[in-house]
Design a protein around this ligand. Structure first.
Ligand SMILES: Nc1nc2c(ncn2[C@@H]2O[C@H](COP(=O)(O)OP(=O)(O)OP(=O)(O)O)[C@@H](O)[C@H]2O)c(=O)[nH]1
Ligand SMILES: [Mg+2]
Length: 470
């Protein structure tokens, strides 16, 4: 009665007892078998295979199952044994599990598999993917924190297992746990300081008249391609500034590729949108099935989206409705909340044609209709996505209009006695991009101001304070 297939409503979606051809051509790539289980629809392994390939694995087989979760292996026992045989036959170095495994499940599967076969669940695969690429100080710290948080419960599990076999190992295990806890605290402190620096820099950038815009969305949605399009063309991919808003000469062009996690850290470019000077931040894509605390560890991304004056939520129009919905929900649950406006964007419009686009809009609206406002407080802002193609430029003017409308704006008209003081105030306002028009009428200068409310208010104060020339 322990056969998985016997349980009601539980059956194999498909399985691959025969090793399939590797996905990747690289003969040196580590061989991996993919395993996936799902409660409802048959598991779709497309995404986990793409992630595995991006992390450098050659997928040589897969085992999938439709079944409720088994506490020991996640898969049912029979299926887990099939996985063991497949991994052995295929000479797999790793089993890549499409989902999050508990520490206990990870160890139980590891015990079942041939010695030396690594058990890599989805969150760990993503951490591996990021590990090679963490470059900036903040990204390093974020990654370290994410890895430590991932490791801690597994270390606790290992210590508990060792201690149950040999109680003498316990003190050493406890001190390893303590060490990881301390490193987590110190990484958190360091990240808090970096976040404080970023918050201070954001305030400075805003005071300098810049609106802050962030691109957000699922991985591979087309964010970087859109960022390239929107960025000021100082060079090929805009004029890069680092996370703190400083010039970042060492940042290359925005990378674009048809694979997950091409962008692995946030980068910011200057972009003129309508008549607004903005700083546009391209972010790391979100991914379904990452535990929340690990996603939150990629703080710079979440933070730039939440604190932006306007966040562009990029949704791939070329995805089928189920994927579109799944990825939208994953993105929203990572973002949780925003301080500024959200402008939804349906990307890759050129790829789907007009019928396909209508279908994508329908699928998108249906997904938004199904949202619980408690889960996405900005649900109303998600209506009416703007279709764009960063490839052929379609929709970019509409997008610019929508962004300009969404940005906080104040206007004011001021007359000041013309002279050195008024010119100094005017030049201050020009530097911050809030001068809409200037008229010289005899001895006075009449200025229309428009732009960021705080900057407009300060420009108004300076012009009003301009004393007449003596
Ligand atoms: N046809 C078409 N393809 C696009 C468009 N925009 C992006 N793509 C393609 O989609 C793939 C992903 O694009 P990216 O810009 O790298 O996507 P991303 O969201 O930055 O991805 P990550 O950085 O991996 O999260 C690339 O192959 C792009 O060429 C578009 O407007 N039309
Ligand atoms: Mg990108």
């Amino acid at each position: 009665m322990s056969r998985d297939d016997d349980a009601t409503n539980e059956r194999d979606a498909s399985s691959g007892p025969e090793p399939s051809e590797p996905d990747a051509a690289d003969p040196d790539a580590a061989r991996a078998v993919v395993a996936a289980r799902s409660d409802g629809e048959p598991p779709d392994t497309t995404e986990i295979r793409e992630l595995a390939a991006a992390a450098g694995y050659a997928v040589v087989g897969e085992v999938t199952q439709r079944r409720r979760e088994d506490p020991t292996y996640d898969l049912g026992r029979g299926k887990a044994e099939e996985l063991m045989r497949l991994a052995a036959d295929a000479g797999a170095e790793a089993v890549i599990y499409d989902g999050g495994l508990s520490p206990g499940q990870t160890f139980s599967l590891g015990d079942l598999l041939p010695a030396g076969t690594a058990v890599i669940d989805r969150p760990r695969l993503v951490l591996e993917l990021f590990a090679d690429a963490a470059d900036s100080r903040a990204a390093d710290r974020q990654l370290e924190l994410a890895r430590l948080r991932y490791e801690l419960p597994r270390l606790r599990e290992a210590v508990a297992r060792d201690a149950s076999e040999d109680v003498r190992l316990q003190p050493e295990g406890d001190s390893r746990v303590l060490d990881v806890e301390k490193r987590i605290e110190s990484a958190e402190r360091a990240l808090d300081e970096i976040a404080d620096d970023r918050a201070a820099r954001r305030a400075e950038r805003r005071a300098a008249g810049f609106d802050l815009i962030a691109l957000a969305g699922y991985t591979n949605a087309g964010k970087s391609t859109l960022a390239r399009r929107l960025a000021d063309e100082v060079d090929e991919a805009g004029d890069p500034v680092d996370d703190n808003g400083d010039p970042a000469a060492d940042v290359g062009p925005l990378a674009v590729a048809d694979r997950p996690f091409e962008t692995l850290s946030t980068t910011t470019r200057r972009a003129t949108i309508g008549d607004r000077r903005t700083l546009l931040t391209d972010t790391v894509g979100f991914l379904d099935g990452l535990p929340h605390e690990s996603v939150r560890s990629f703080r710079a991304t979440i933070e730039s989206v939440r604190t932006a004056d306007c966040a562009l939520l990029v949704v791939d129009a070329s995805d089928d409705p189920a994927d579109l919905r799944r990825k939208l929900l994953a993105s929203l649950s990572a973002i949780e909340t925003t301080e500024g406006h959200v402008v939804p964007v349906l990307s890759k419009a050129d790829e789907v044609g007009s019928d396909g686009l209508a279908d994508a809009v329908e699928a998108y609206e249906a997904a938004v209709d199904g949202l619980d406002p408690r889960d996405a407080p900005f649900v109303d802002a998600l209506r009416s996505p703007i279709p764009v193609s960063a490839r052929d430029g379609t929709g970019l003017a509409d997008l610019a209009d929508a962004v300009a409308d969404a940005l906080p704006t104040a206007t004011a008209s001021v007359s000041a006695p013309n002279g050195g003081a008024a010119q100094a105030a005017l030049s201050w306002a020009y530097d911050r991009g809030v001068v809409a028009s200037v008229d010289y009428e005899g001895e006075t200068v009449a200025v229309d101001l428009a732009g960021r409310p705080d900057v407009v208010a300060e420009a108004e104060r300076r012009l009003n304070g301009a004393v007449p020339p003596s």
